[in-house]
Design a protein around this ligand. Structure first.
Ligand SMILES: *[C@@H]1O[C@H](CO)[C@@H](O)[C@H](O)[C@H]1NC(C)=O
Ligand SMILES: *[C@@H]1O[C@H](CO)[C@@H](O)[C@H](O)[C@H]1NC(C)=O
Ligand SMILES: *[C@@H]1O[C@H](CO)[C@@H](O)[C@H](O)[C@H]1NC(C)=O
Ligand SMILES: *[C@@H]1O[C@H](CO)[C@@H](O)[C@H](O)[C@H]1NC(C)=O
Ligand SMILES: *[C@@H]1O[C@H](CO)[C@@H](O)[C@H](O)[C@H]1NC(C)=O
Ligand SMILES: *[C@@H]1O[C@H](CO)[C@@H](O)[C@H](O)[C@H]1NC(C)=O
Length: 414
């Protein structure tokens, strides 16, 4: 396998970060497309519950609306339906952002937001064990494209706001990482050459993900995409697929989104079952860490519940969350707020640098080094993200009974 250094020697550094990033001309796009090669590293690090994880995100649909779509309910019956999976805020972009970095940093819009280079992401976690990762973004014109959308006019197809890792300077400043954020067509090339990564994030275009269409269009896309893959031995063996939504459609309701797990990593006896555990987008980062023995980002992934499939392997006891007061539909104040739905605060939240976290492997070294000695901004050990200062998500009760019978309980903000 190529190391980062040999690759750099081969290709030179990609001069991708410049002033015309946001709205490049078609000529600039064509020039970059001719030059930038997608990169598809391969690894085979065994996990406790799965060896590959495939994240597929659709858009803006309430749980009940999705449940009524025949493709989606059919697929859910082939796996495990997650009854209490919650998105964390509105609108779209902060939800994608948090799936990679463990926080939304106050983001409350779909603008050209950038997270500074001192904030780590799942890419840093995967790097600790050389776990190959990739993103497949439908209609992205070339790997690592930084533009706000593509094409520049006409119906939206690719949009940056639905691309988790591209929002982070710690990813885009790197010479190699942007090349792992690829046009969706590369998925089929990687499949054919058996070089799919162990973690992938798939974003269908704005029609196929229900954003500019409806759940039936999206449900049918997922069915057409996934059903053949679930029959493909190379793809499905020890693979766990999550189909979920960035956020619910109705902002004033609890942000519960229809989500299910599929693939060869779902044990036969669990097919067609459902799971009532409380999950958020942060649970996925925590579960990836627990599955592969990776550390935590020290942000909201730290205390998040683990997917039951993974928790059952590690012995971690998930919190039961009282859903009566759960409306996790708004971001607390932060530096990426534009005042639309949350307030501006100039302070970049400080992550935890100590503690085991639900995944059990402590905090990743780069976070410890960068934020050493600073007091964490929030109580990241909570299974529900909240901010006691602004009152965001406070008053939510949770409890659990540990293996030897000891009971624990808490209320967010108290
Ligand atoms: C994505 O890649 C495929 C294959 O290289 C190419 O045909 C297609 O035009 C690309 N998409 C865009 C939007 O450029
Ligand atoms: C979205 O992708 C589909 C193919 O999957 C394509 O037919 C369509 O043109 C793309 N864009 C839009 C805006 O629908
Ligand atoms: C959103 O949810 C609220 C509360 O359940 C309901 O009153 C309202 O009608 C819903 N709005 C739409 C557009 O469905
Ligand atoms: C979140 O939901 C609550 C309860 O329905 C509502 O009062 C509030 O306005 C919602 N927040 C947003 C940003 O829509
Ligand atoms: C992280 O970067 C932000 C934005 O540049 C800066 O305000 C903050 O002080 C930095 N924090 C640390 C610990 O490097
Ligand atoms: C932080 O959350 C944990 C776990 O939910 C709880 O036990 C602890 O009391 C909280 N700490 C503070 C300072 O609120």
């Amino acid at each position: 396998m190529f190391t980062k250094q040999t690759l750099l020697a081969l290709i030179g550094t990609l001069a991708l970060a410049n002033a015309s990033d946001q709205k490049p001309t078609q000529a600039e796009i064509d020039a970059a497309r001719a030059k930038v090669l997608p990169y598809s590293p391969v690894s085979n690090v065994k996990g406790l519950a799965f060896n590959r994880f495939v994240n597929i995100w659709l858009e803006n649909t309430d749980f009940e609306t999705t449940a009524a779509d025949s493709s989606m309910s059919k697929l859910a019956k082939e796996g495990i339906l997650l009854n209490n999976y919650f998105a964390v805020t509105h609108p779209s972009e902060p939800n994608y952002c948090m799936s990679a970095g463990g926080d939304a940093f106050g983001m409350d819009d779909d603008d050209y937001n950038r997270v500074p280079a001192n904030v780590s992401t799942i890419a840093d976690l995967f790097d600790t064990k050389h776990i190959a990762w990739g993103e497949y973004q439908e209609d992205m014109p070339y790997a690592g494209y930084l533009g706000e959308r593509y094409p520049q006019s006409g119906p939206n197809q690719y949009v940056r706001k639905h691309n988790p890792l591209i929002l982070y300077d710690s990813v885009t400043n790197d010479a190699v990482r942007p090349r792992q954020i690829k046009n969706f067509t590369t998925f089929y090339e990687d499949l054919e050459h058996q070089r799919l990564p162990q973690h992938m994030f798939i974003t269908p275009n704005m029609t196929n993900d229900a954003h500019d269409s409806d759940i039936h269009v999206a449900g049918s896309w997922v069915d057409r995409f996934l059903s053949p893959l679930l029959e493909n031995k190379y793809f499905t063996k020890d693979t766990l697929v999550l189909v979920t939504f960035d956020e619910a459609g109705n902002y004033t309701r609890p942000n519960r989104v229809y989500s299910y797990l599929l693939g060869g990593a779902v044990p036969k006896h669990l097919k067609g079952t459902s799971d009532d555990t409380f999950y958020t987008h942060y649970s996925i980062i925590a579960s990836l860490s627990a599955n592969w023995g990776l550390p935590s980002l020290g942000r909201w992934d730290c205390g998040a519940n683990l997917l039951k499939l993974v928790a059952d392997k590690t012995g971690y006891v998930n919190w039961e969350v009282d859903l009566d007061n759960v409306f996790i539909n708004q971001t607390y104040p932060g530096p990426l707020s534009s005042g639309d739905l949350s307030e501006f605060s100039p302070v970049w939240p400080v992550p935890a640098t100590e503690g085991a976290c639900s995944a059990g492997h402590g905090i990743v070294d780069i976070v410890k080094k960068t934020w050493d000695g600073l007091k964490p901004t929030y109580n990241y050990t909570s299974p529900v993200p909240y901010d006691a200062v602004s009152g965001n998500n406070v008053g939510i009760k949770y409890h659990r009974t540990l293996k030897h019978g000891e009971k624990e309980s808490g209320v967010t903000g108290q």
